[in-house]
Design a protein around this ligand. Structure first.
Ligand code: HEM
Length: 469
């Protein structure tokens, strides 16, 4: 095989920082415009990092599937995310990651996560109870709060609403600070060692200590329930993680459990929350879509609370969520992939030590896969269209062996929350400032989204007392 050493073309950058200044101005747009201009593979430099951006599904398959053993998660992502997620599923690599993924997989078995449907609906109802008497809410904050409560309940059975210590809120506060510091590290393009006494490091260290303390306490209490080394199964994800054994019969130790729980907590709520926030915004801008959604909910549910069994009968709700995540994929870019050796991709050599970018945002906005790509058209997501789409043209959950482990959990959650809330309320945009994204670790509405809630006519049956445990 002839290996070419030619570099793909790409935008010119300055001597010192390369293209970092343009990239930082608006990351998703910078990436999309350069794929449109230069084609399926684009080269640029972000300070000292030689970067190859892929804009074709076949090339993405090479990196995520066919030649995946030549890549691992990039140092910047490991460094920044690793500071609060340790060596959890998102940041670990190689054999260790494979072992952990096998151990965590049973917790995400469909039978298990289906038990969480009621929790999701109940919490959405409790959230709406708090809306009574309020004219407007910041829907981004509301969705974040809701998905945080759901992940706390399903992950470690913490009840943030009625729990005495309000564990969920304490963890959430710590997690919020950890994420804020990490976002700033990404903007800077580096992260100073934890011992350097900067304001951000102090904030991070304090938040990490708070988070670890609560988690250690939760894990220790679970250990106390053990009979013959086996903890009790309380139905949540943590129980399953604690009950899983690897091929050598080994359980996860406490430190590893903490890293996995932190990872699931962090990866498992802001993403879904953003997917929902963007969905409410898009619905408010497209009354014809909203009307069709209401018609579907009214005809299928007729005022009843949605259940897991209803989801297959709510196809339009699902199409709305898919289209919303196409336009605003919460994970707008995958973690960078570091080339561990030279790799030939698309006729070019990606040299050892360089970084590969794969961006769901870019793929989802390319006109060759999505006709009229900037338009919000849930109708496009027919089963036929999905079948005809090349794999990796639509990839809100990534792909290959590192595809999101919470994919089915998140889709179920988003569809149930959409159905529960849209059945009861109509949400309208209540701000004149334009709604813009901020491409942080996730694609977040920049200053939140103020929305006005109007109760719909449909009578909704009150929620009975329920809990999965
Ligand atoms: C709409 C919601 C979500 C979106 C868009 C999303 C997106 C993603 C993406 C794109 C990746 C791959 C990252 C990469 O390859 O660099 C990923 C990985 C991951 N996600 Fe999600 N996610 C969502 C919800 C969740 C939920 C609910 C959980 C858990 C409860 C979760 C846990 C994880 C974990 C642990 C990984 C790492 C998997 C591995 O590398 O083995 N995510 N997610």
């Amino acid at each position: 095989m002839i290996m070419t050493i030619k570099r793909p073309s790409g935008p010119k950058g300055n001597l010192l920082l390369g293209n970092l200044p343009q990239f930082s101005e608006d990351e998703p747009t910078f990436l999309l415009e350069n794929v449109k201009k230069y084609g399926d593979i684009v080269y640029f430099r972000l300070a000292h990092v030689h970067t190859y951006l892929l804009g074709h599904p076949d090339l993405i398959r090479e990196v995520l599937v066919t030649q995946r053993h030549k890549f691992e998660k990039a140092p910047l992502d490991k460094q920044i995310l690793g500071k609060f997620l340790g060596n959890g599923l998102l940041t670990s690599d190689g054999d260790f990651h494979r072992r952990q993924r096998r151990l965590a997989q049973p917790a995400f078995h469909s039978k298990r996560i289906h038990n969480y449907a009621e929790v999701m609906v109940d919490y959405a109802n409790q959230l709406m109870d708090g809306w009574e008497g309020k004219a407007t809410v910041d829907i981004t904050e509301e969705m974040m709060h809701l998905t945080m409560l759901i992940v706390s309940k399903t992950l470690f059975d913490a009840d943030g609403i009625t729990g005495s210590g309000d564990t969920a809120a304490a963890i959430s506060n710590a997690m919020h600070n950890l994420q804020a510091v990490s976002n700033r590290d990404y903007q800077r393009g580096f992260s100073l060692p934890n011992w350097v006494p900067t304001a951000d490091n102090r904030l991070r260290n304090k938040a990490a200590a708070q988070f670890n303390q609560v988690m250690d306490q939760i894990i220790a209490e679970r250990r106390k329930t053990a009979v013959n080394g086996q903890v009790a199964d309380t139905g949540d994800l943590l129980s399953m993680l604690m009950l899983s054994v690897d091929e050598d019969g080994e359980f996860m130790d406490d430190k590893q459990l903490r890293d996995e729980v932190a990872t699931l907590f962090a990866a498992g709520h802001e993403t879904t929350s953003n997917a929902l926030s963007w969905t409410w915004y898009l619905l408010s801008q497209h009354p014809e879509v909203e009307a069709k959604l209401h018609a579907e909910l009214d005809s299928v549910l007729a005022g009843r609370q949605p259940t897991l069994a209803d989801l297959p009968n709510l196809p339009y709700s699902l199409q709305i969520i898919k289209e919303s995540m196409r336009l605003y994929p919460p994970a707008w870019i995958l973690n960078g992939r570091l080339a561990l050796e030279d790799a030939e991709i698309g006729g070019y050599t990606i040299p050892k030590g360089s970084t590969v970018f794969v961006s769901p945002y870019v793929m989802h906005h390319l006109p060759q896969y999505f006709d009229d790509p900037e338009a919000f058209k849930p109708e496009r997501f027919t089963p036929q269209f999905e079948k005809s789409l090349p794999k990796f043209a639509y990839m809100p959950f990534g792909g290959g062996v590192r595809i999101c482990i919470g994919n089915a959990f998140a889709m179920m959650e988003a569809q149930l929350i959409l159905a529960t809330i849209a059945q009861k309320y109509q949400l309208a945009l209540a701000q004149t400032d334009p709604v813009r994204y901020n491409a942080q670790i996730t694609l977040t509405p920049e200053n939140g989204i103020q929305m006005q809630m109007t109760e719909r006519e449909t009578a909704v049956t009150p929620t009975p007392e329920r809990a999965f445990a």
